[in-house]
Ligand binder design. Sequence first.
Ligand SMILES: [Zn+2]
Length: 334
Amino acid sequence: MAVGVDLGGTQLRVAVLRGATLLSRVGLLTGEDATPERLIPRICDAIRQALAEARVELGQVAGIGLGAPGPLNSQSGIIYSPPNLPGWENVPIRDILQKEFPVPIYIENDAHCAALGEYMFGAGRGSEDMVYMTVSTGIGGGIICKGRLLEGAGGTAGELGHMTIDLHGPRCNCGNIGCLEAIASGTAIARRANEAIAAGQGAELLAFARSLDEQTARQLHLPAGTEKESIERVNARTVGEAARAGIALARQILGEAARGLGVGLVNVIHIFNPRKIILGGGVMQLGDLILGPALDIVEQRAMKAPRSIVSIELAQLGPNVGLIGAGTLIYYHG
Ligand SMILES: [Zn+2]
């Protein structure tokens, strides 16, 4: 058994796992005040609670695996200064947890954890050369090469979201220009939709978003009129629903994101020659709206030899991938 800790920007989840099976699960919101001083004691409490709920003693688990937003150093166990965890600056999280829990503890960036999880328990089983990519609010990745996670010299290998797709593209959160994340992430899809609306091209999309919001408001029994104010910004999910309903602007926006993703996949195929590429994250739930045009680009642009070997598949571990991936660190290192 292992303990998995999935530390995110808004949520903290802890589970006791046997392989990919959750024996208990504790979840809490990190809240406004997620400084290390406040949050680390809550992480410790959540670990104790998860053990208690699974009726497992600390001595019965092989270790604790923690997945956290990067950048971090898995060798030294230090979390540097992730944009998603304000106030965290060079926190030696492993050493701190080690004082409370005398078992092996490993930390790794969350996308690397997810890659290991999919490799050992999900869509990547049996593929020793595989690349995992998560397309969500941001885009992250993990590369498995001959059954080992590719860490790179400083532990940051696999930042697939920050490969440049368009030399003159939009500005990315990382400060660079035209990154995959700035073109194909959920944030990028939403940004494009809102830019189109602001430019006066999105009347149909906005009307659709408002009708969706009115439905939501009715379901939630909100007073009439509330929905009008709440719908200031359209999100990626709304763009997806609008595309499914046949709204041209939404289809065009998703198509652009998907083609950017396709170019990213071509790069991955050329650089790593993987047996599998596994795609996870919320944006991939849009299914063929995203995957279809992306695979068309792969078909058109990837070299034939590596293209004929690679299988591009959706991730299998679902919403618990972060927890399962964190627990997988123990099986991987053990
Ligand atoms: Zn970037």
